[in-house]
Design a protein around this ligand. Structure first.
Ligand code: ADP
Length: 397
């Protein structure tokens, strides 16, 4: 059974075709600059040469029809006909309080996703466009949505209610939702496997450290608390996002710089984080390179990032009775031994001890704590697409 996984952004679309018989990746690709000049599709069938086609791509429907053409292309494709696609799994960012699990798409589900546009105006509209386009192109193929927020719906009110007048939750659903749920769930299941613990009994702190970053306290295999909030802006200092701030700073800067709310929000999302602090880049490789050359603000950005991660891990350890492991995943968590070491230096008080030799790896499942460490430290490369495909298979079977 072959499952197509789709992740639609406002101007981009990522996809993977996965053979669920052995969970092998058959093809993957990226459509960029949808609706903008210079649009292109990069397609790769595993084992064949990559193909890049530059062409006008006016909307998501055109983008998806190019994806289908690439998948079935005689020369660089991977399947003979679209009939080979058994189901499609879509990533949708915000399921609000309506969805604690993945679901098969029908009109009622679409209505609920559309209702959540109000609380996810940047994210849900392109996801909806992707689903609608697939419905038109492949009307007979079952489609499933997997929500970034669903894994965190197990959080108790003590974690998701903000210190605001309660009526804002009742009237406007202002609460913590949490994101990266597919990733936190994937690494939770994998950690349980690696540690040989029942996935419904495992307690973890999972650290998804990439361009966007979040940390989750996992109790009995379920999310108990997480650092992202009403939107993916809260929590850690990220590539370009500020993370936690004193809320009073916003009106102060808006007054000084004559900014409207939209301009302020844009700065918090796009010009802040380690990019804003370092003035170098949002890419940790660039910042690490500059720090090595003696750039003080680059070093400061890395120190701040590590310190915020430590703070959240510390806080979440106090929310759990016991902890089986601390997991590092995503771009930085999987690939930066330097950052992992820096973070773990602050965890000695909990008896967590990193093995510096074992830590010298990138992108593979590995326990990197010493034998004496009271808490296991584990690297687990995340695989959100595979998680989406598994969820899709579970529902359409
Ligand atoms: P997202 O999915 O949120 O866009 P990723 O999980 O792909 O992000 O992470 C991207 C980040 O990972 C990049 O900003 C980059 O700085 C970081 N990264 C990737 N490889 C390395 C590496 N070898 N060393 C340090 N950082 C890395």
């Amino acid at each position: 059974m072959k499952i197509l996984v789709i992740n639609c952004g406002s101007s981009s679309l990522k996809y993977q075709l996965i053979d669920m018989n052995d969970e092998s990746l058959l093809a993957k690709g990226l459509v960029e600059r949808i609706g903008i000049e210079g649009a292109r599709i990069k397609h790769e069938t595993i084992g064949k040469e990559k193909k890049v086609i530059e062409t006008g791509i006016e909307d998501h429907k055109k983008a998806l029809s190019l994806v289908m053409d690439s998948l079935t292309n005689k020369e660089y494709g991977t399947i003979d006909s679209l009939d080979e696609i058994s189901a499609i799994g879509h990533r949708v960012v915000h399921g609000g309080e309506s969805f604690a699990e993945s679901v098969i798409i029908d009109e009622e589900v679409m209505k609920a996703i559309e209702e959540n546009v109000e609380i996810a105006p940047l994210h849900n509209p392109p996801n909806i466009m992707g689903i609608r386009a697939c419905q038109k192109l492949l009307p007979n193929v079952k489609q499933v949505v997997v929500f970034d927020t669903a894994f965190h719906q197990s959080m108790p009110p003590v974690s998701y209610i903000y210190g605001l007048p309660y009526e804002y939750y009742e009237k406007y659903k202002v609460r913590r939702y949490g994101f990266h749920g597919t990733s936190h769930q994937y690494v939770t299941n994998r950690a349980a496997e690696i540690l040989n613990i029942d996935p419904n009994k495992v307690n973890l702190v999972t650290c998804h450290l990439g361009n966007g970053s979040s940390i989750t306290a996992v109790e009995n295999g379920k999310s108990k608390d997480t650092s992202m909030g009403f939107t993916p802006l809260e929590g850690l200092v990220m590539g370009t996002r500020s993370g936690d701030l004193d809320p009073a700073i916003l009106s102060f800067i808006m007054g000084k710089e004559h900014l409207n709310p939209e301009e302020m929000t844009n700065i918090l999302n796009k010009n802040s984080g380690v990019l804003g602090i370092s003035g170098v880049s949002s890419d940790f490789r660039d910042i690490e390179g500059e720090a090595e050359k003696g750039n003080g603000r680059a070093s400061l950005a890395l120190d701040i990032f590590a310190q915020r991660v430590q703070k959240y891990i510390g806080a979440y350890l106090t929310e759990l009775d016991h902890v089986d492991g601390i997991v590092f995943t995503a771009g930085v968590g999987e690939n930066s031994p330097e950052m992992r070491e820096k973070i773990c230096q602050g965890l000695k008080i909990f008896g967590a001890e990193i093995d510096k030799e074992a830590n010298k790896v990138r992108g593979e499942d590995k326990i990197i704590s010493t034998d004496n460490s009271k808490i296991k430290l584990i690297i687990i490369p995340t695989n959100e697409e595979l998680m989406i495909a598994r969820e899709t298979l579970k529902l359409v079977k």
